[in-house]
Design a protein. Structure first.
Length: 120
């Protein structure tokens, strides 16, 4: 279980990265980008940032674009965060919502199959 301090830093980075994408990086290429989760290593040297994009076709290209501007994002974060070291940023596509949609589809299909098998 992460410490209270690490949890606060994760939340702070999540909020600040969201604001950076909203105000500083106004690229229409990203569309609706949401920072969904941030995990920081115990030594605060690395941060895994998970994001979601509404348009599924743009996800891979958005990840490439984000990795291209990673140093700019880290510089913007450094201006906001007051730590000895600014964490190295690693970005990942959060596919949790895709998994949820898939599971809901499966449950719906099972429910429909059960209704077809049980005539009233």
């Amino acid at each position: 279980m992460p410490s209270y301090r690490i949890g606060k830093i994760e939340n702070f980075i999540k909020e600040e990265m969201s604001l950076i994408f909203l105000h500083k990086i106004q690229d229409p290429h990203f569309g609706l980008l949401t920072i969904t989760n941030v995990k920081v290593s115990p030594d605060l040297r690395h941060a895994k940032i998970y994001f979601s994009i509404y348009d599924k076709e743009k996800r891979e290209s958005a990840l490439e674009k984000i990795n291209e501007i990673k140093s700019l994002l880290r510089t913007e974060l450094a201006a906001k965060i007051h730590l000895r070291f600014v964490p190295e940023l690693h970005f990942f596509i959060d596919d949790t919502l895709d998994y949820v949609e898939k599971m809901e589809g499966l449950f719906k299909k099972i429910h429909e199959d059960n209704n077809e098998e049980k005539p009233d």
